[in-house]
Design a protein around this ligand. Structure first.
Ligand code: CO
Length: 218
C-alpha cells in the first residue's frame, strides 16, 4: 500500500505554477528558450541523496547541468545507465567538465563500511567496498571512525573519477580536444560547502592509459 501523501506532495503542483510565474516574470521568453535545446557545460554525477541536490547547491539554472545520480555516485563498469550518460554528455553534448560529486554523511558509503547483508544492494555496495580494499592500508590507519568514513567518501569520489577516465569516449575526447576536464568534489551537508578535491586527473590519464588503453590514437 502506498504511503499517505505528505504535506510536501500536496504542494508540488502549486509550487510548479508559482515557479512558472517567477521564471516568466524575470524572462518572458524563458520557456521558449528552454524548448530550443540544451547545451550544458557540466556533466554532474552525484548521489541520489535528497540533501545533495545537484542544481540548487551550484546555483545552476535549467539547461546548464546534465545530471546523473545514483546511490553513492558510482560509475560502474557494467552500468549501462551511467556509461550511456557519460557517452551522450561527452560525445554528443560535448560538455567541458565532468564532475563526480560525493557527499559527507553518505548512507551508501556508510552501508558499505558495515558488515551486513543488504540483499540487492550488495553488488552495488561492492563498488564501494572495492574502493575500501584498494585503500585499506590508509583507511585502517585512521583511528577515528568518522574521519575514516569521510576519507572513504573522498576516496570513492577519486576512484569514480578514474572510472570516468577509463572510458573510451573520455580518452578519445581528451586526446582530440583536451576536454572535458574531470573533477572530484565533495558536498558537506553539515555546512553546505562544496569542496574541490583537486584530483589531478590530467596527470593520471597517462597512467590509466598504460593499463586501460582502449586503442584511442593520440
Ligand atoms: Co549518498
Amino acid at each position: 500500500m502506498a504511503d499517505e501523501p505528505t504535506d510536501f506532495y500536496q504542494q508540488v503542483f502549486e509550487n510548479n505554477r508559482r515557479w512558472i510565474a517567477e521564471k516568466k516574470a524575470s524572462d518572458a521568453q524563458f520557456f521558449e528558450h528552454l524548448a530550443q535545446g540544451q547545451s550544458p557545460e557540466i556533466l554532474y554525477i552525484g548521489c541520489s541523496d535528497s540533501r545533495a541536490t545537484a542544481e540548487e547547491l551550484m546555483g545552476a539554472q535549467p539547461g546548464q547541468v546534465f545530471v546523473h545520480r545514483n546511490i553513492a555516485n558510482v560509475v560502474g563498469i557494467a552500468d549501462l545507465n551511467a556509461l550511456s550518460v557519460i557517452e551522450f554528455a561527452v560525445a554528443h553534448l560535448k560538455v567541458k567538465h565532468v564532475v563526480v560529486c560525493g557527499h559527507y554523511e553518505c548512507g551508501g558509503v556508510k552501508a558499505a563500511m558495515q558488515a551486513r547483508d543488504l540483499g540487492l544492494l550488495n553488488p552495488w555496495l561492492r563498488n564501494i567496498r572495492d574502493v575500501y580494499r584498494f585503500h585499506k592500508a590508509e583507511l585502517d590507519g585512521i583511528a577515528d571512525e568518522g574521519a575514516r568514513y569521510r576519507r572513504l567518501v573522498e576516496l570513492n569520489v577519486e576512484e569514480q573519477c578514474l572510472n570516468v577516465i577509463k572510458t573510451a569516449v573520455l580518452q578519445k575526447s581528451v586526446l582530440a580536444t583536451g576536454l572535458p576536464t574531470v573533477h572530484g568534489w565533495v558536498f558537506d551537508v553539515r555546512t553546505g560547502e562544496l569542496i574541490d578535491l583537486h584530483v589531478d586527473l590530467g596527470a593520471k590519464l597517462d597512467d590509466i592509459r598504460g593499463v586501460y588503453d582502449l586503442g584511442t590514437e593520440r
